[in-house]
Design a protein around this ligand. Sequence first.
Ligand code: TEU
Length: 513
Amino acid sequence: MSHDWWRHAVIYQVYVRSFADSDGDGVGDLPGIRSRLPYLRDLGVDAVWITPFYSSPMADGGYDVADYRAVDPQFGGLDDVRALVDDAHTLGIRVIVDIVPNHTSDQHAWFQEALAGRGRERYMFREGVGDQPPNDWESVFGGPAWTRVADGSWYLHLFAPEQPDLNWELPEVRAEFLDVLRFWLDLGVDGFRVDVAHGMIKAPGLPDIGHADQLKLLGTESLPFFDQDGVHEIHREWRAVVDSYPGERVLVAEAWTPSAERTAMYLRPDEMHQAFNFHYLSAEWTFDAVRSVIDSSLAAVEPVGAPTTWVLSNHDVQRHVTRYGGGETGLRRARAALALMLALPGSVYLYQGEELGLPEVLDLPDEVLQDPMWERSGHTERGRDGCRVPLPWAASGPSLGFGTGGSWLPQPADWAKVSVEAQTGDQDSMLSFYRNALRVRRENPALGAGLTWVDGPAGVLWFERDGVACAVNLSATVVELPDPGSVLLASSYYGVRDGLLLLPPDTALWWKL
Ligand code: TEU
């Protein structure tokens, strides 16, 4: 496998609970993923990132880990991880697993001990102010970030109360996680997606924020519990462990920071290999917004010599077909946005189901919602279940081929039409477009390797690299381009007239110069 593979990779996110269910209990599992590896090979991805499958009471879909070295029985066992990794490697697919260091589950042995009054220094316990919590921090899921225990003291949880934050100033906590990393590296995984990599260290003294709506500041403002300089020292320790293993294993930071420059700090040569570029995901579909996020992302990583990543969707955000306006417009923009990000220099992260053009499911009934955000927000936020609905593999069957039983979230009836079965073999389907785009990118290494902007018609992003060009029309009108001759990929139909190419709105084109 090639050197520095991660600099130019396409990595596919599998949300375990919703990918494929092998035993008919309505929840996806590891053997389910294993059985679908040939599908991922045919799609043409270099690696999969698998969300947490560790022992967990599932207060936050597995991001509340009770035992970092055990597989939750509903997902399988350690032998299933081994078999999955082996099969993936045989097919040329690398396997990245999730690790959740900011907090444990409240069912973790350490927290159970802490509740019994022992080893509390492993967590963030503090005394309150009178009857009030120690400070004004709010949880990302809504409500105070502090919960009171029987003896009157409070513990910090940036997420749900079932996810107490660890005290990363404590050497014992650091040592334990280095050991957990080694456990999975020994088993053969190719790296880790580090959950809340920007959260492990909190500002000294845990100062108040003094803002009425803190959730609005997430990802845009500097906050005392995110993106503190102290996290980088931990990342350097992790990198040293990962580098001590053969075979180019990687660390990918999930870090929501206020700027591309702050994100680039996670990518210094002795820290993470990659960080998700949430600035691209958050950009509006306009020429100015997209152009400016591309420029700032590339400029920020240049000094550290790291690749940037491009991400449109994941299990925490509304699916981008819906963000882009839904319906035909959403699908059209999604095809153009894929072609754009595959042509940009760096790595690309795909989220399961985007290759089918799945929209966000906006009308899940209240009673099926499981995301803690729904309860914690006092039913004001519906939460993230709408992007987590199990995949439709077949055009019929109890859960459209997801499994032999039902599915833990109901699938819209019209998903039969967008199932893998329905789209395979249809040249015009989203799935065929993804397969084709990934194949053409593999065959043309200049795509995704660098860029020089070309001045084109207003509203058109146009760049070239080593004999290959990409143009995306983000204006509202058809634009004329010189007839490019040898088209490699078109995200929608285009016209040709009098030696000119007519590129419709929301359309991307790749061609050979
Ligand atoms: O997400 C971290 C995080 O900051 C997100 O929760 C984000 O702010 C939020 O989803 C916006 O809607 C990670 C995981 O990806 C997420 O699924 C977990 O819930 C969270 O950590 C806690 O582990």
